[in-house]
Each structure stands twice: as structure tokens, then as C-alpha cells.
Ligand binder design. Sequence first.
Ligand SMILES: Nc1ncnc2c1ncn2[C@@H]1O[C@H](COP(=O)(O)OP(=O)(O)OP(=O)(O)O)[C@@H](O)[C@H]1O
Ligand SMILES: [Mg+2]
Length: 333
Amino acid sequence: MGVARTAEGSERDTVLRVQGLDVDYLTERGVVAAVRDMTFSLRAGEIVGIAGESGCGKSTLAHAVCGLLHPPARIRQGRIELGGQDLVGLSERAMRSIRWERIAIVPQSAMNNLSPVLRIGDQIADAILAHRPSTRPQAREKARALLQMVGMLGHHAASYPHELSGGMRQRAVIAMALALHPEVLVLDEPTTALDVMVQATILGAIRDLRDQLGFAVLLITHDLPLLLQTVDRILVMYGGRLVESGSADGIWRRPRHPYTQALLEAFPPLTGPRRRLNAIQGLPPNLLQPPVGCGFAPRCPLTMDRCEEQRPPWTIQGDAAAACWRLDGEGEA
Ligand SMILES: Nc1ncnc2c1ncn2[C@@H]1O[C@H](COP(=O)(O)OP(=O)(O)OP(=O)(O)O)[C@@H](O)[C@H]1O
Ligand SMILES: [Mg+2]
């Protein structure tokens, strides 16, 4: 199952491949099936967005690919290949030489977790010194250059976090993540707390940096319309599973899964006339007792009998794919 890529060229430039990944949280109340059967790949220089509402497993997936899961989380099965090397089961020591060097993450709320007592430039310089042999003046100079690269001014290096706007702090944590020139940058809700104009400039900066530096991006947000503007490809998650994948343009023109359709209707349109927003009624599935069939069935306006009974097959249609019984039989052999 999953997003099969057959073209040789696409296979060759794959930097990250996640295959059949299951992640659990082992809690006193039972096993939380946070991520199930996630399969996708990321090509060099590609920006892939992951969308889905709160609790669908986005951050769990982001932490898994960066080797940052700790108990009670555990990877039940699956592979996470970076440049062909499986990261699952690597020791923390081995992972430390990969994380930040080759795959860097800006965690959810990172901009609020900057140290309040250190200047921005020093925080970046400290991080550089922890990984690269260099002198403090060299690391400070590098920090200044990184801040300029993300659209800040050199003198911002001397600022404390509270002296900067949210947008500037977000740029600073992105600069820090890019310090060692990673092949993959994972951004977990990088613009959620920011106003719409600042969101747009930050996402524009990420695209520009990708064009200049060639890294691939996994961009996570609950805001699907925002992704449509920014990314090349979109993965939609629901209840820990992938329910749809496709190009940003394809998902905007023809969302295949009823959940994707509902997500698009739940946000104000970016362009065009104002319209009534439709909140998605009901709640996501309880991941302590994952549903047998389609997790969206209880909330789906198009549900049929078998939706709750059997898991829908992954149906591939051109470069789009979705897991919905309504598409069954329409797919390609
Ligand atoms: N430490 C933990 N212990 C137990 N369950 C957890 C833990 N962290 C997350 N979960 C559960 O795992 C599921 C996925 O959580 P996750 O944080 O990955 O979702 P998310 O999509 O990132 O949500 P949000 O949009 O709110 O950030 C949720 O059901 C959540 O309650
Ligand atoms: Mg999250």
C-alpha cells in the first residue's frame, strides 16, 4: 500500500522514504495507535505538506522521522530511510550524528522555546559549536549570516527573543535548523501562531531558501488551504493514517476523500468570494480503540455500510491517491 513511485528518476532522487510506519504510545489507559501504515517519500528539493486536524498524528510522525520519539512512544513497525539508510532502531548516538546534520526539525512551538536569557545569535552559535569545530567568533559570524539568509538583519543576532516579533523568532529557529545544511527540513506548524501576512512571508522565505539551497521540506500544518499555496505535494492524515495524497493543484481542483473535502470547506478560501464555513461535525476517532473500517465514516456525509466494517483500499488515480470506498473500482490496475 502507499504512494508507489515507479519512474526511475523519481526513485533515484528520493531523500526520505517512510514505509509502513506504525507508532504507538503505551499509556496506562492502553495503546494509542498514533500513526498507522504511513507510507510516503520525499524527493530532493521537494516541499511536501502534511495536513490533518489536531491529534491525527502529525507531530508523532515528525518526531519519528527525526529519531526524537521517547517512551511512552515506540515504533511498532516500519522503515524510515534517509538516503537509503534505515533510521529505525539506530542508537541515540548514531542518530545524533544524523539529526540536524542531515535532517533538521523546527518543532511545534519552537519559537516559544528559545532561551529568554540568551541573545539569538549566541543561541545559534552555541548550537553550531556543539556540532562543528570552530571558534566562538566564527560561530557568531555564521549565526549572523544565517539570520540574514532567512530575511533578518545582522543586528538581530544581539537581540533577546522577547525583543523580536513572533515572525522574527520563527525565522530565527528556521535559521538555526538550517545551520548545518540538512538535506531534509521538517517544519511542525511553523506559522500557526502568526498572522496571515506573516505566515505568507515566512512560507515564501522557505520556498526561496529551498530554491537556493536545495533541501527537501516536510511542512506540517492543520491548515490545508495554506499548504495549497506553498507546497508541491500534499499528504492528508486522519486518525493516524494517510487518507489522501496528491499534488497541491490536484487536491485543490479535485479532493478525492470526503475528509479532504470537509477540511477545505472548514477554512476560509484564500481567493474568490466569501462563503459560509462548514465546521466538521463530530470528533476524530479514539486512537485507544482504533476503528476497524474507515475512521472518518461516523462523520462522513457519504458513508455506506461497508465503510465502518472494512478499511477502504488505497486507490491510485494518476498522481493522486486516496483511501475511500467511493473510489473503489475507479482506480488504476
Ligand atoms: N506522550 C503521549 N502519550 C500518550 N498519547 C500521546 C502522547 N503524545 C501524543 N499522544 C496522542 O497521539 C495522538 C497523535 O498526537 P500528535 O501530537 O502527533 O497529533 P498532531 O496531529 O500533531 O496534533 P496537533 O495538531 O494538535 O499538534 C493523539 O491522539 C495524542 O493524544
Ligand atoms: Mg502536533
